[in-house]
Design a protein around this ligand. Structure first.
Ligand code: ZN
Ligand code: ZN
Length: 261
């Protein structure tokens, strides 16, 4: 039993096959992250919502404006984001956050777009999906000022235990991706081994970040199993137990439907 807590499926021409493989691999739910994209606006997010409506027991949708796109998104886009996030089939706001590794948008613009979406989540009483890279101090600072009572998740957590503790103190969950299978990720593995068992999730962030042994290929939800296996062995527990606990955590954090036992 596994949940892929963060997947982008809007670019797959063979999506039906990808979904069939996810079900065959034992996934019970996939969180579809919808985001603004250049030339398409919020169409990808609307697509995620439509897919979630087709099968609510297996899919949920989120909608957000990624820090990469913070500068390009217009006021009309933010207004549309607000409308989409009010939909009952949108479980969370995001991904939103700060990315100071790529700096595709100026940092001040990223901070403003992030703070707006943290406030939107607070206002709508929904959890938040956070993207943060090389920006822990600023990300945690904004969350400490603006985060609402519904918390959320640091997706694709790639920092260290010190940063993890600051997010955990805010009530956030930490979601681990294929990065924990990469050779140069000792600090991330350390945090993954030490985080409280009731605060960890697994995700693919597909189509990127395929876990070993698939590294370098286009990622897909079925491969969250490799990440869950790696996380289980880091924590010295059976993979099926890790799957059960992270499924429960994802359902609690993102208020996913309970699903069949
Ligand atoms: Zn991200
Ligand atoms: Zn993502």
């Amino acid at each position: 039993m596994l949940v892929d807590a963060h997947a982008h499926l809007d670019s797959y021409a063979d999506r039906d096959e990808v979904i069939a493989r996810a079900r065959a691999a034992g996934l019970v739910h996939v969180v579809l992250v919808g985001q603004w994209r250049e030339g398409r606006g919020m169409a990808g997010a609307l697509d995620a919502v439509a897919l979630a409506r087709e099968d609510r027991s297996f899919f949920s949708a989120t909608a957000g404006i990624h820090p990469h796109d913070a500068e390009q998104a217009s006021e009309a886009d933010f207004a549309e984001l607000r409308r989409i996030c009010q939909d009952a089939d949108v479980v969370a706001v995001g991904e939103a956050g700060l990315d100071f590794h790529y700096d595709h948008s100026p940092r001040e613009v990223q901070k403003e777009a992030f703070a707006r979406q943290v406030r939107l989540a607070r206002e709508l009483r929904k959890p938040l999906v956070v993207h943060t890279r090389e920006a822990d101090a600023e990300t945690a600072g904004i969350l400490e000022r603006e985060l609402g009572p519904d918390g959320g998740v640091i997706h694709c957590f790639t920092s260290d235990w010190t940063a993890a503790q600051r997010y955990l103190a805010l009530g956030m969950y930490l979601s681990f991706s294929g990065v924990i299978t990469f050779r140069n990720a000792d600090a991330v593995r350390d945090a993954a081994a030490r985080a409280p068992l009731d605060r960890i999730l697994v995700e693919t962030d597909c189509p990127f970040l395929a876990p070993v042994p698939h590294r370098g290929k286009r990622n897909e939800p079925a491969w969250v199993a490799a990440t869950a296996q790696a996380l289980a062995s880091l924590r010295g527990m059976p993979a099926d137990e890790l799957g059960r606990v992270t499924t429960e955590n994802a359902r609690r954090c993102l208020r996913l439907p309970a699903g069949s036992p």
